[in-house]
Design a protein around this ligand. Structure first.
Ligand code: NI
Length: 184
């Protein structure tokens, strides 16, 4: 396994539309996914899409840690490291909420981004088995964020309120945003 270099905002690979994965069960895809999970954990991220490691393919990895789960009963349970290859995303309209997001390609910064609270998604894993379902809360938000990367969309392109955009340290100091795991 290897820790991969993460592309930062401004690199053209982050703006292009990624291509479908021809064979999700190919050994090189399994190796890429393992490296992406290691890279995500090393960078302490909640998700990582293949274009972020300079591979323009439609797949991403993510996790829902216990400290990320909201108190909303609709919020999906904690999930360990997962992969979604060739994802299909369906937004469930109606309930749109601001969600604090960071991005490993935009280090040090964070913003409140309006996102549908509930979604349906599907795809396959490295065995070709189906993954996904109807989810809410953090799980729904991270899947939308990672899916956007596959279409060349970064979270600032989704923002509507630029007063809720700043450096992690400043937002935390001001009490505007509470880091996950911190006392609430
Ligand atoms: Ni991102």
């Amino acid at each position: 396994m290897a820790i991969l270099k993460i592309a930062r905002m401004g690199h053209p690979v982050l703006l292009q539309r990624a291509e479908p994965v021809a064979d999700p069960t190919a050994p090189e895809i399994r190796r890429l996914v393992a490296d992406m999970i290691e890279t995500m954990e090393d960078a302490q991220g909640a998700g990582l899409a293949a274009p972020q490691v300079h591979v323009p393919l439609r797949l991403f990895v993510f996790r829902v840690n216990p400290d990320r789960k909201s108190d909303d009963p609709l919020d999906t349970a904690v999930m360990p490291n997962g992969v979604v290859i060739n994802p299909i995303l369906e937004l469930i309209e109606g309930d749109i909420r601001p969600r604090w997001e960071g991005c490993l390609s935009i280090p040090g910064l964070r913003a409140a981004v309006p996102r549908p609270w509930r979604i349906r998604y599907s795809g396959v894993d490295c065995d070709g088995s189906p993954v996904g379902g109807e989810v809410a809360g953090f799980h729904a938000g991270v899947v939308q964020h990672e899916y956007d990367h596959l279409d060349g969309i970064l979270y600032p392109m989704r923002m509507t309120d630029f007063t809720k955009f700043g450096f992690n340290e400043e937002l935390s100091r001001a009490g505007t945003w509470t880091p996950p795991g911190a006392p609430r």
